[in-house]
Design a protein around this ligand. Sequence first.
Ligand code: ZN
Ligand code: ZN
Length: 443
Amino acid sequence: MSVAALDTHPVPACVRTARESFSAVPTSAWDGLETGEVRRLIGELGRLESQVAAHKMAAARVLEKARKAANAGDGPRPGTGTSTGATISFDFGGDRGSADALVNTAQRIEEQTTLIENALAAGVITTKQADLISRALAKLPDDVTAEQRERCEETLLKDAQKLTLKDLRRRAARITETYRKTTDEVDADEDEILRRREEEARKKTSFSMWDNNDGTVTGRFTLPEAQGAMLKTALDALAAPHQKVGTVNAATGEMDEVGFGQSYPQRLGHAFATLVEHLPADSLPSNGGVSAVVTVNLDLDTLMGGIKAAGLSDGTRISAGEARRLACSAQIVPMVLNGKPLPLDLGSANRYFNRSSRRAMEKRDGGCTTPGCDRDARWTEAHHLNPYAISKTTDIRDGALLCPFHHHRAHEQGWIGRINHDGHVEWKLPGSDTWQRNTRWRP
Ligand SMILES: [Zn+2]
Ligand SMILES: [Zn+2]
């Protein structure tokens, strides 16, 4: 193999010139440009990135071939990494994962495609689009001809110009329609692609969480796309930004700001906590005879408003206010200990407001009963106005709907509530001597 002299070979000259051009311009120079021009130039920089990526892939392939040749001969030479990705990341950046991905994509593009490399080198598509299209082409049915494959590639390159990455992936799953005769065949091809993807997704599915030892846990999960969409939809509904959550300050008459101004991830986090509390724990399978239901162990005194902390059945310690709120919600079974080792009340199912009393409360209250709160009835919790009624009655004259945020507040601050003479829930909020109600409009 002959190697061109360095001063005449085009690659070193090109790379040197590009590096010099960028080094000559400080990043502060962007400040003097008008926004229209900045937008155009950002697009141009994106194309430049694609062009650079195409060259990096070509370079990675040269290294990979040299490494294979060396391994086939007298074994790996000293100074070379265990893989081409390792070598590249050792030279710059130290990011082994990205370097390995670069080598893989470079090889897939060379083996599966004919036009992508040129499109990338011309700055027409991004590396993510190139990766997605080459993956789609690799998944074409075995009976595809070279000509059909190229037609698929052409179509996807064209579609990449107008579709988002997500839509391009959906489009790619039905790309065989460029050569299949019937829709049934395309449906079958798409189904096969999806079936394989779901199988891979199930293998990758995992969940882990760990204790931060500061009263929080942090977790990480990988879910199949469909279950991810279900989770996202549920959390978005619970975290709906138009749902204002706050309390009218009795002294000033203004909404207090707690609950406002939360970031989207914070709202999703609270939504997730609400979702967990609403799990149908009592209908989940038991774990070797151990119930999936967490119980809260508290003294009668705590239930009635005392300040003695309580515990969950797994040993987690919680404040008295939180224990009362959890005991109030249908998903946690309170075990009132009353200072003795045996539970006074095992929280029989009929202590909860049943479906019809819950419906009646939804009709009566229309949503959270806190003055000024606009949360609708779907995700409210049934609060017991008389704490002792938690273990005794399911009469709706003892109940009031509260959103999770205000349910926390009610137990934390010991709100006093009652049903007034015309049958509506009224609250005496902390710092106020007057009874107030949520003047929600009712049809
Ligand atoms: Zn409650
Ligand atoms: Zn509320």
